[in-house]
Design a protein around this ligand. Sequence first.
Ligand SMILES: Cc1ncc(COP(=O)(O)O)c(C=O)c1O
Length: 396
Amino acid sequence: MGSLRAPSRRAGSMPRSAIREIMALAATIPDVIHLEVGEPDAATPLPIIDHAFAAVRGGATKYAPNAGLKRLRELVAKRCAARWDKPVGADRVVITTGAIGGLFSSMFAVLDPGDEVLVPDPGWPNYEAIAHLASAKAVRYQMPAKHGFLPDVAELRSLITDRTKAILINTPGNPTGAVFPRALMEAIVELVRENGLYLISDEIYEDIVFDGSHVSAAEFGADDHVFIVSGFSKSYAMTGWRLGWLICPPALAATAASLQEPTTSCASTPSQMAGEGALICDQKVVLDFRKTFQRRRDIVVNAFAGTSYLPIVPAGAFYALVDISAAGANSFDTAKAALLEAAVAVVPGSTFGPASDRYIRIAYTIDDERLAEGVRRLRAFLDARSNAKVKEAART
Ligand SMILES: Cc1ncc(COP(=O)(O)O)c(C=O)c1O
């Protein structure tokens, strides 16, 4: 018998986030308050469920085309056209398995092995993992707290090389809660246009904005350059349905759709019918979710008022980055200690990039009372650590 050959190095070396480790540990702690989970706590609104179930009973149980069901693509195109105030053809819409499916298809549509894609730090870790699977290089650009966790266009420009194919941006941002202002978005679109690059704009939190308004990268007329990734998960509390969409440059829509064939074939047909239900139901549900998150954002901001823990007031999504530098230790050890000593689960900032180790991320996706108790515990924990550090410094 021959010795077993080595499994995929690419799979084995895929970057993995520390979130799983914290979640596994959290499952062993009694009365833990979960501030680590990035998904809406509400159930999917009933009209959406009813629409999907009726469709399934009526036979919506078969494969759909790679790009998705025609009517759903049309509804998505209509929604985008209304928001962006310009015509959007349904032929540019690909229905995907979650927004993650749209990220995957857009990145694979433009990246060859050895290519570079600029990704944010702090940024969602899956961008880097997808680049890795495409044998491309994720090059980090900085979004420092002193710039409101926003990118600097001059820095983006300085990172562009002959190998750069795309810039990936995310607004409203996970984990920062930052929302890109219009002038910044326009400047980034101009930058990709000047340099012949693609822009992959992850706008999955587009409906969850409290201060100012969401500006889409699609609004500046660079359709040949811009992919918009969004979907149902966050706006309609539909994470488990795994349904999203991708708006493509016209020349790449067929490629993006074809990339679904060897991965998922198509998004689940029952889920696509739920998506149809979401887009035709009373959109008050979206507004209600946003109001809930805004109330919770305020609970978090008030709990940290008068401290240096919150570098910015999050303007959107449902996250806040908490600066732990006064409390010492790295983000993983701090997250672990918060769990063991204060029974609060948070995500270590190192998950979001090498420059983010001075932060932990909290998600305000639990009910108000538990949230208030969670941030109270967290503040007391951080205060105790900061005070101990000050005393220690005075002694030495
Ligand atoms: C920034 C960002 N993009 C994309 C996604 C993926 O969304 P979906 O669940 O629709 O795949 C998430 C989910 O947490 C996210 O935070």
